[in-house]
Unconditional design. Structure first.
Length: 118
């Protein structure tokens, strides 16, 4: 079973940037398709971005497309989310998630808080 730990969250002004990291342990990261989700106060958890096992394919939610970039370094067992041009609406707890394939079990990290001030 893979274990995930996110880091890199914090407080940033609108227009600023942050890079989130998600480090995996217990299993090799290359076995998993990786995703980022976020949950704002009072809202449901929402999809942010995903990356394929090799990193050759990525996808993004409409609200972050063009501003966020997902990447992975399988040698370091780490997935990244580069967030640029941040807006107050990006304020949320960001979660890293892993699964081996479509329909398989999701594994989640504990989340990292991102707060964007106006």
């Amino acid at each position: 079973q893979v274990r995930l730990v996110e880091s890199g969250g914090g407080l940033v002004q609108a227009g600023g940037s942050l890079r989130l990291s998600c480090e995996a342990s217990g299993r090799t990261l290359r076995d998993y398709r990786m995703s980022w989700f976020r949950q704002a106060p009072g809202k449901e958890r929402a999809f942010v971005s995903a990356i394929s096992w090799s990193g050759g394919s990525t996808s993004y939610g409409d609200s972050v497309n063009g501003r966020f970039t997902i990447s992975r370094d399988n040698a370091k067992n780490t997935v990244y989310l580069e967030m640029n041009s941040l807006k107050p609406d990006d304020t949320a707890v960001y979660y890293c998630a892993a699964r081996m394939g479509y329909g398989s079990t999701w594994y989640w990290g504990q989340g990292t808080q991102v707060t964007v001030s106006a």
